[in-house]
Ligand binder design. Structure first.
Ligand code: GAL
Length: 448
């Protein structure tokens, strides 16, 4: 070591001790290893980290493939941003049912996290943009060249008046029917492609003491309902529910709701007490034949057992198919992250969003999460056989949006549908349910 370096090292130690005394808990150890140039900087630089040195990110990814995916992305973030502390404020609960309630009260109290998980579509535009709760990200898109690598179909769903409001990390498929190869083979049935075939298949399955279709708490019933509506109405009339061109009071909607009612006769009686993981696990354990759920189930089924997943081999431990009537249609949703209006740490939040939109971040996140990249340039070889099939379908199928996961309706319309659904799950009165849906469309939906 040269004399000059020794002197500088001494100077650093002195400054560091002074700094520790001034701010004992906040000076990170790396500061003692600062390169030579940094030792020549003015004393202020050695003081406690600026407010930009942490980022609070809010989501509902706390278990299984969800947490593993988030952790993988956080690792990429930490590697590129060693001076920013990542604060993971995830709140447990599938589909964000709990998390979004916590978020809403924080936003109402002007206490936003820097960045939060939000679904592309009406959840962003009709809720957060409408409430002026998030910032436009056009400069970031331009700087990172993202318009060239994100699908054209996605950008309008996160934009308003030329402003782009979120960074999509993935594409999930909502309409997947997971099945137990063992249960259906034992019952001697094929995977049904229509609801009539499904009802017929349930007979031997139930006769063998198995659940035909596993379901969980209320949001999973909404998920099932939207898939039945899609299968029964077809993509055009299904889309019309969200833009006002399909009449919620029509005979075709009545017929679809009747089918939904009939499907509910074949679900487990303890559904309301189960999470989506519990319900999916009934298929993995060969207690149920089918489960209709988004492809986060693939992350849960195939992920590492060490991370709380089931470690099954896709195609062996579980199978998948489009739910009845939805072959050729990809009912999608996209998780994205936003920048809070008034974010406490806007620079650090931008550093996080850069990772969310990056190829490296998305390649780390998606294969574990059970989703495909929102970006179009990810390496397909990183993904398992199910996700490869999802990539092909995403590229070739007719694409429609999910209600339960924020694409087609804003929070007020969705909340009213959810209230009507809650009553229906209690009384199974199709006519009353349909009336409530018609009323929801008039008071909060496109029929206003
Ligand atoms: C969805 C979300 C997915 C997955 C799922 C179950 O709303 O977009 O990423 O987490 O909920 O929790």
């Amino acid at each position: 070591m040269s004399k000059r370096l020794i002197l500088l090292a001494l100077l650093i130690s002195v400054l560091f001790v002074a700094c520790i005394q001034a701010a004992p808990t906040e000076a990170p150890a790396e500061e003692t290893e600062a390169p030579v140039e940094e030792t020549e900087a003015p004393a202020e630089e050695t003081e406690a980290p600026a407010a930009g040195d942490q980022v609070e990110v809010f989501s509902w990814w706390t278990g299984g493939g969800e947490a593993a995916g988030l952790d993988a992305m956080i690792e990429v973030f930490n590697a590129g941003n060693p001076d920013i502390e990542f604060i993971n404020s995830a709140v447990a609960g599938g589909a964000g049912t709990n998390a979004r309630a916590v978020l809403a009260s924080r936003l109402a109290a002007s206490d936003p996290p820097d960045s939060w998980q939000a679904h592309a579509g009406q959840e962003i535009i009709g809720t957060y943009v409408a409430g002026s709760q998030i910032e436009a990200l056009n400069d970031l898109y331009e700087a990172e060249g993202w318009l060239g690598v994100l699908p054209d179909t996605l950008i309008p769903l996160i934009s308003q008046d030329g402003n782009i409001y979120s960074v999509p990390v993935n594409i999930h498929r909502a309409n997947v029917m997971w099945y137990s190869p063992t249960v259906i083979a034992d019952a001697g049935v094929e995977v049904p492609t229509t609801w009539d075939e499904f009802f017929m298949a349930c007979e031997p399955i139930e006769a063998a003491g198995k659940i035909c279709l596993s379901m969980g708490e209320q949001w999973t019933a909404m998920h099932l309902m939207e898939v039945v509506l899609l299968g029964e109405l077809g993509p055009d009339a299904y889309n019309g529910l969200w833009d006002g061109t399909t009449d919620w009071g029509s005979a075709e909607v009545t017929a679809a709701l009747e089918t939904f009612n009939q499907v509910l006769e074949h679900v487990n009686s303890d559904a309301s007490t189960l999470t989506w993981q519990d319900a999916a696990q009934l298929v993995a354990n060969n207690d149920a034949a089918f489960n209709i759920m988004g492809d986060w189930v693939d992350g849960y089924f195939s992920g590492d057992t060490a991370g709380g997943n089931l470690g099954l081999v896709p195609g062996e431990g579980y199978g998948w198919a489009p739910p009845p009537g939805t072959d050729g249609v990809f009912q999608f949703l996209s998780d994205s992250f936003v920048l809070a209006n008034g974010a406490p740490h806007p620079d650090a939040a931008m550093a996080w969003l850069k990772i969310c939109g990056s190829k490296e971040g998305q390649e780390a996140f998606n294969p574990v999460k059970g989703s495909i990249c929102a970006r179009t340039d990810c390496d397909a070889e990183l993904f398992n056989v199910y996700l490869k099939s999802a990539m092909e379908d995403w590229a070739s199928d007719t694409v429609v949006g999910s209600l339960t996961h924020g694409v087609t309706a804003n929070d007020s319309f969705k909340d009213e549908i959810n209230t009507a659904l809650g009553l229906f799950l209690g009384d199974l009165d199709v006519a009353a349910f349909q009336e409530a849906l018609v009323a929801a469309c008039s008071s909060a939906g496109p029929c206003q």
